[in-house]
Design a protein around this ligand. Structure first.
Ligand code: SF4
Length: 364
């Protein structure tokens, strides 16, 4: 089989190479599942082909070690039927489509801590054919809030990064490339979207994407890098953004999570200038969008994150915070109204001044 990323490149670019790869019996019944297993073998990884669909995780009793072991485990499984009943995901997109679940990075604020249960292993889905075939009935359907005037021209949007960072595992799965090519050839008014904190875009540059995929780079000032273990450096993400724009992709910024600690104005001003410099002189129209997402947490996610990253300097106190109740009844700790107002004005002005071609999709 053809490997878009060699083992040598994976090591040089410090791509994630799990210590353990488990492939369930059902996953082996899918050609994509077998292809992922072959890729893992090609990277020299130990692959266990299971006789059933039960995952023998057997993690350490020590929570720190259990976390580390889980984060170094890739399970190739079949997405359950519930995953094929797509959920609306405003304001990010119309529908959520999952190619994987879990992420190998170690962001101290990771939103997955509040949404995924159990050990933080990464699961890659083997039944890609079914996941792709399942999209069709959702075209033309969408949620009011996500189909704003700012992106009416984009058609029905499918978000692939709700429960994973799909580029962070792409060298192992190839799922994202397959999905991008599907949308590129699909004669439907639809768009694939994903956001990433990784920079390994090489396998995506030459795909027949048909400008039907928007890649958004999730960015924060470089000095916040201490909160984003295992991700690509911000400078590399900016370079990757430029390369994707030059390859004709629609691109975007997901400035997230916006962390408003002392000195944030200078830090984010510098980030916006860095983005402008990275895109300076790009030949193709990048059709740049911006999504602005402030830091938030629930009691549950804070508790999980503090157990995963006990020494983190990330502020999750009540300083400058207020409580916000979601439509599902959960309570989120968000920045208070004056802090939000000041920051929103700051970002909208800065983006208008330094990235005048950009469309801000939402602030939250
Ligand atoms: Fe979570 Fe995204 Fe960081 Fe992965 S890259 S750990 S999904 S915040």
């Amino acid at each position: 089989m053809n490997f878009p990323v060699s083992a040598a490149v994976a090591k040089r670019e410090r791509l994630w190479l799990p210590r353990r790869v488990l492939v369930t019996k059902s996953a082996l019944g899918h050609s994509h599942g077998r292809a992922i297993a072959e890729r893992a073998v090609g990277f020299g990884l130990p692959v266990e082909e299971l006789k059933s669909d039960r995952l023998p995780l057997a993690l350490s009793d020590d929570p720190r070690r259990a976390y580390a072991e889980a984060k170094m485990t890739l399970a190739v499984t079949v997405a359950p039927p519930s995953k094929l009943k797509l959920q609306p995901i405003a304001p990010s997109a119309d529908w959520r489509v999952d190619l994987a679940e879990g992420c190998p990075a170690h962001c101290n604020y990771c939103y997955l801590a509040g949404s995924l249960k159990g050990a933080p292993i990464t699961r890659a889905y083997a039944n890609l054919d079914e996941i792709v075939a399942n999209l069709r009935p959702y075209v033309g359907e969408g949620t009011v809030t996500s189909r704003q005037a700012a992106r009416q021209a984009e058609g029905t949007t499918f978000e692939a990064s709700c429960y994973t960072d799909p580029l962070g595992v792409e060298h192992l799965t190839g799922s994202l490339a397959a999905m991008i090519e599907h949308f590129g050839q699909w004669n439907a008014d639809a768009q694939l979207r994903f956001t990433t904190k990784f920079a390994s875009v090489d396998p995506l540059l030459d795909l027949q994407h048909g400008r039907r995929t928007r890649v958004r780079f999730s960015l924060n000032p470089a000095l916040y890098g201490r909160f984003e273990g295992g991700t690509s450096p911000v400078a590399a993400r900016l370079q990757a953004m430029r390369r994707m724009a030059e390859a004709g992709y629609r691109i975007g910024l997901t400035i997230a999570p916006i962390i408003l600690v002392e000195g944030w104005e200078d830090a984010y001003h510098g980030l916006v200038l860095d983005v402008a410099a990275a895109l300076d002189g790009v030949a193709a129209d990048p059709d740049l969008t911006v999504e602005l997402i402030t830091h938030r947490f629930t009691e549950g996610s804070r508790s999980v994150l503090q157990s995963w990253y006990p020494g983190s300097a990330l502020d999750m106190t009540s300083l400058n915070r207020t409580e916000k109740r979601t439509k599902f009844g959960a309570v989120k700790h968000v920045y208070d109204r004056p802090t939000m107002k000041e920051a929103r004005i700051f970002f909208e002005r800065g983006i208008a001044e330094h990235l005048p071609q950009a469309r801000i999709l939402y602030w939250t």
